[in-house]
Design a protein around this ligand. Sequence first.
Ligand code: SAH
Ligand code: SF4
Ligand code: F3S
Length: 437
Amino acid sequence: MEKNLKILTYGCQMNVAESERMAGQLKKIGYTLTENFSDADLILINTCCVRETAEEKIYGKIGELKKYKFSNPNLILGIVGCMAQKNGENLLKNYPHVDFVLGTGQRGELLNVVKNFESARKKFVDVSNVSGIIDDENIFPIRGGKISAFVPIMYGCNNFCTYCIVPYVRGRERSRQPEEIFSEIHDAIQNNFKEITLLGQNVNSYGKDLKTKNFAELLSEIDKFPKLERLRFMTSHPKDLSDDLISVMANGKKICEHIHLPVQYGSNKILQKMNRVYTVEKYLELVKKIREKIPEISLTTDLIVGFPGETDDDFKKTLEFLEKVQFDMAFTFIYSERSGTPAINFDGKVDDETKHKRLDELMKLQNKISLEKNLKLQGKIVEVLVEGESKTDKNIFTGRTRTNKLVLFPHKSEKIGDLVNVKINQVQTWILKGEII
Ligand code: SAH
Ligand code: SF4
Ligand code: F3S
């Protein structure tokens, strides 16, 4: 029987990738993706809990979905992903219209869980094995894009930054076998995907548990895949971005000139309290080394303001640090207390007003830097991979540069997936505008 599946995804690219995999799994028992909640037989919410705001949004959504249970009594509602892992049983208690809760380490069980629920209609929770082995073999993800594919290379995180809940809801680092990764990429290329983004909480740790290939070796092999146009990866932890990786990037053909390298903060005192295990000086050294070997590199980062113990002096150091590094872009967050993490017990909580003031100041400075960086591209010709129509105007197409900057240009005869040369004639903080030449 044909059944409809609606998946709602929150959180990071890893969650997007895992939703695509769950859609692939569920296809085997007759579920096809639908856009709407109203005609769904199964709704999955793939959740995030990295900040309180993410959780609040999801709680609201779970509540809202109750109405579809009234209009379709057979509807199955499942909560999966990081917040499911974190809250487990409580989700069923607080939201009686939820049917099952499945943790991150047990994605492999999803088919059985859904089949069992279809026949027995018995509520179910399993969050018991956060570090469970995720068997991705014989899963053919149903990808959201047509050109660019996410491929997880490892799951979990061992770093335990003191603010972060991810290690608790994603379990220990587990790398996929290289052969499995290669075969998934071959499949994607066969299906006309041009760009691969390798995913992991900390890709630089890839392979440490397997003791076969390390990340630099893996990347270098994928770079040689025929017909692949672009190769990206995220996220890198600065503590173990190796010289080997830098030279593989410098020598690679497909590997794009972009590193997302979250620094989190710009003062040593706070970095230490965050357990980031590098110093500002080390980070700057690393950036210098990367730019020497790969001059065109674009660097982006994540920053957290309002961490416990942050003083005006720490914050000033962070602003100076941003001036020094000159990131192409930064994602900026207000520190959010996560239960179970060490930082929740740290002294020196920063009040909300100060947090917001600092966030504003940080964003203002980074926006200025991002714009200055983009202004250097004015009049230049960049290679763009055509991704599709802009959401607001059918005649405008969008794509990205190798350095991961978004480019808008009037549509000519190019097709989605083409590589085109675009001359940039107008720049903004987050986008470049130009025309195909
Ligand atoms: N594994 C990635 C990041 C995963 S979470 C890495 O280490 O780079 C994405 C970003 O969310 C982090 O880089 C951090 O900046 C932010 N973040 C994580 N926990 C947070 C918290 N408790 N409050 C605010 N921001 C947080
Ligand atoms: Fe969280 Fe740190 Fe792991 Fe990133 S490296 S997921 S910030 S604990
Ligand atoms: Fe959120 Fe989980 Fe990703 S907590 S950021 S969805 S790893």
